[in-house]
Design a protein around this ligand. Structure first.
Ligand code: FE
Ligand code: FE
Ligand code: ZN
Length: 297
């Protein structure tokens, strides 16, 4: 099983910092942003830091082929009402793909975008066109479209929309999908019937397109279209349903990434070390949050 979490990445240590975080959580994979997810300030990738990160990964059994990068939220490929903003998103994504490629990371998760004021079908086409401008044969990075909760005018909120985007992408071997259990729940999928969803997914898109799964519980009920993550077992999806996703035989080789919220009064403590342990034990711990706070204090 490949189980990890969102980790930090700083301008000083870069990927090395991410690997150190992952190891401290006893994870064997991880997901990082190349800078703050909310902005586009990015540092120049340092080859030396990459080498140090690789060495540490090797020592700790972390497979680079299972490592995930997440593109910043502010990229919006769906709306082209302001051509300069659309172009900015495309160009930034191009640079991001190059950064990820330089680090040897294979997968870049992307929120498809929000249509805000334009027709849905046009928005989906804009996303495909933009991705076509970004992907190239001489780059090894695959873009993973994340399934979204349907907050506001988000695109990619059901299988038909994801399929439509993929259908219009030219380099089919460079496009995949990242499921997010919180987003699925909030978009209207019953996670307790996850195998039915996988059957549907396989029929419409093909199960082999799933290259990453974000494992999150949800603060809100099914079909709420909210997108607020909750710690594993403390939300509306529940521990057993999430365990069934994580240990699903059909998704054995797919990396599972926790994006659950930090805990403590000021949300300062990462829960991942303890959530990973609880998942490995397959037993829900009602006192998990208190344990985490005690450990870091
Ligand atoms: Fe995401
Ligand atoms: Fe996610
Ligand atoms: Zn989310």
């Amino acid at each position: 099983m490949y189980l990890g979490s969102h980790v930090s990445f700083d301008s000083k240590e870069q990927l090395l910092k991410s690997v150190k975080d992952a190891i401290s959580y006893n994870a064997n994979t991880f997901m990082f942003y190349t800078g703050a997810p909310q902005n586009t300030n990015r540092c120049i990738i340092d080859d030396n830091k990459i080498k140090l990160a690789y060495n540490l990964m090797k020592e700790n059994g972390i497979d680079l082929n299972k490592v995930i990068c997440h593109a910043p939220y502010i990229i919006n490929l769906a709306n082209d009402l302001d051509p300069s903003k659309y172009d900015f998103s495309i160009n930034f994504l191009k640079q991001e793909v190059n950064r990820v490629n330089k680090m040897g990371v294979k997968y870049l998760v992307l929120h498809p975008g929000s249509s805000v004021g334009i027709e849905r079908s046009k928005a989906l086409l804009n996303i495909s066109n933009a991705i076509n401008m970004v992907l190239s044969d001489n780059c090894d990075v695959m873009i993973l479209l994340e399934t979204m909760a349907g907050k506001g005018t988000e695109c990619g909120i059901n299988l038909d929309e994801i399929k439509t985007i993929i259908d219009n992408i030219k380099l089919k071997d460079k496009i995949g999908v990242c499921l997010d259990t919180c987003h699925l729940n909030d978009s209207g999928i019953d996670i307790s019937m996850f195998d039915y969803y996988l059957d549907e997914f396989d029929k419409v898109i093909g199960i082999d397109k799933i290259k990453c799964i974000h494992i999150n519980d949800s603060k809100n009920s099914i079909s709420s279209h909210k997108d607020r993550h909750e710690n594993i077992g403390f939300g509306t999806i529940g521990f057993t349903n999430l365990i069934n996703v994580i240990y699903n035989k059909r998704l054995e080789s797919v990396p599972k990434i926790l994006e659950t919220p930090f805990v403590g009064e000021n949300k300062e403590f990462p829960p991942y070390k303890f959530e990973i342990e609880m998942i490995k034990n397959k037993e829900f711990d009602n006192n998990l949050i208190e344990k985490i706070i005690k450990y870091y204090k």
